[in-house]
Ligand binder design. Structure first.
Ligand SMILES: [Zn+2]
Length: 491
């Protein structure tokens, strides 16, 4: 099986090849059980397309507008060494002799399933028994996802951290169909070159051709093709000839894997503290927003289980400056805004929530973006700001609870629960309001955001008030707090 030639991509129409998706007009839908795998697949397919087409901005714009012809795809294949994309080779470098190799169930490659027991090797997931088999096709996306998302602590002392760092947020452009989405996330080589500071002789060979060497992997030495598929482990999947349904894509297969073997490389990327302290630098991964601080760059990560992506939406699209750090949108968002400028698309925000060694949850949200981001990005920030303001007001309203002499933990818990409910409901309200980002005038958009979010805040506040109506001190404190939610509604 060759990833650039053969059908390995799971869709609702069966397995198809990258060429079929890129060259036909059929509206394929990816089929993977976990949105996390789906998100990884989108990135992997865009990265594969990047190395096949190697477009400059002008060419990429043309592919997005007119598609890619079969003949063109075939010509492009002739120019590259497709042997590196054979199933047994892709992202897999041979184990050195006499190495002590760790083995684990493929369950560990799907986050959200908790397995293992040591505090910092909680593994990555929930119902372990539900993910025991992967077909040979899906081992590639599991492997890719491992390398792009992993934080070393997930595997304890045998763990390595990948080029992006663990649990990084991904932001992708979402088009009208799968083909467009893949093409919109292809990285134009001239754009990448211009916006990064790679050495002129940066290595472009894949790491399974030339494994990383030395104690630190310096970002400026890693070329685009090499970085898009950067490795942290030697890895291998044990395949068996038996028939099972794949737990990743649902298709039946007679080439099944239930375990994988791994051995970490000895060096470190700039995504780790040690690498950063030794000036390895964070490699600019095109799908990840980054925070730049005095001591270096970090991938933007989700905070905790209750974190909702809307809070940070503005910084993913236009960036954010504070006196301590600046958040920069992912390069792929910049490319769409500043180089391609081709109108309407949506944005997909996804990622794993990494909390120390474990990964506790997933984020996968779709937002509509205005057709002209440069002119209209203020509309998005107004909506997000309206949410943050109502959050503050709700918080202030509940703060009166702390003055009534009750146990701080008890009243803090009441507040915390209500705040989490607000943040989760606001996620949907904001996504909904942004659907009108193009159609509604800026002032009205802001007003409807404030009104909807204020209604939600009051609703949550009232339900708490009702619950404690017979507890007089709490009830009285909430009556006092209520004021902040009703004040200055129209701004
Ligand atoms: Zn599968």
């Amino acid at each position: 099986m060759n990833l650039l030639k053969d059908p390995f991509i799971s869709t609702t129409d069966g397995k198809v090849s990258l060429q079929e998706i890129l060259t036909s007009d059929k509206d394929y839908q990816l089929q993977y059980f976990f949105d996390e795998t789906q998100l990884a697949m989108l990135q992997m397919l865009s990265s594969l397309t990047t190395v096949v087409l190697k477009p400059r901005v002008a060419e990429l714009r043309c592919y997005i507008a007119n598609g890619v012809s079969e003949a063109h795809y075939q010509q492009a294949l002739e120019k590259i060494e497709t042997k590196w994309f054979e199933g047994e080779r892709f992202m897999r470098s041979p184990f050195p002799n006499k190495a002590k190799i760790a083995e684990g169930p493929i369950t560990k490659l799907v986050s959200g399933i908790e397995c293992g027991s040591s505090a910092n090797a909680m593994g990555l997931f929930s119902e372990a028994s539900e993910v025991t088999f992967s077909c040979s096709d899906c081992t590639h996306v599991l492997n890719y996802n491992l390398h792009m998302n992993i934080k070393g602590e997930c595997f304890g002392p045998t763990g390595a951290t990948g080029i992006r760092g663990g649990g990084a947020i991904s932001t992708l452009i979402a088009g009208e169909n799968l083909k467009q989405t893949i093409l919109l996330n292809v990285v134009a080589c001239d754009f990448y070159q211009k916006n990064t500071a790679l050495d002129s002789d940066a290595e472009t060979r894949y790491m399974w051709d030339l494994p990383p060497q030395g104690d630190y992997y310096y970002a400026q030495n890693i070329g685009l093709e090499r970085g898009l598929f950067a490795l942290a482990y030697h890895i291998d999947f044990k395949l068996e000839d038996k028939q099972e349904n794949c737990h990743i894509c649902g298709h039946q297969s007679n080439n099944i894997s239930s375990t994988f073997r791994r051995l970490k490389y000895s060096g470190m990327y700039g995504s780790t503290k040690n690498g950063r302290d030794n000036n390895a630098g964070w490699w600019i991964h095109p799908y990840t927003p980054r925070t730049v601080k005095e001591d270096g760059s970090y991938a933007v990560c989700a905070r905790d289980q209750h974190w909702q992506s809307w809070q940070e939406l503005t910084s993913y699209i236009v960036g954010k400056e504070t006196n301590k750090a600046s958040v920069k949108p992912a390069l792929i968002i910049n490319q769409f805004q500043n180089a391609l400028s081709i109108g309407k698309a949506n944005m997909l925000v996804g990622g794993n929530i990494a909390d120390q060694g474990s990964i506790t949850g997933r984020v996968y949200d779709l937002y509509s973006m205005p057709s002209s981001l440069i002119e209209n990005n203020r509309r998005i920030s107004q909506v997000v700001d309206a949410g943050l303001q109502q959050k503050d007001k709700l918080s202030t309203a509940f703060n009166k609870l702390f003055g009534i002499g009750y146990d701080k933990k008890f009243v803090g818990g009441i507040k915390e629960q209500a705040m989490q409910r607000f943040m989760a409901n606001a996620q949907q309200i904001i996504q909904q309001i942004l659907l009108d980002v193009d159609r509604t005038e800026a002032r009205l958009l802001k007003q409807s955001a404030i009104a909807a979010l204020n209604t939600e805040a009051k609703k949550i506040f009232n339900s708490v008030q009702q619950k404690y109506q017979h507890d007089l001190p709490i009830f009285k404190a909430l009556v006092k707090g209520e004021y902040s939610l009703y004040r200055t509604l129209v701004e």
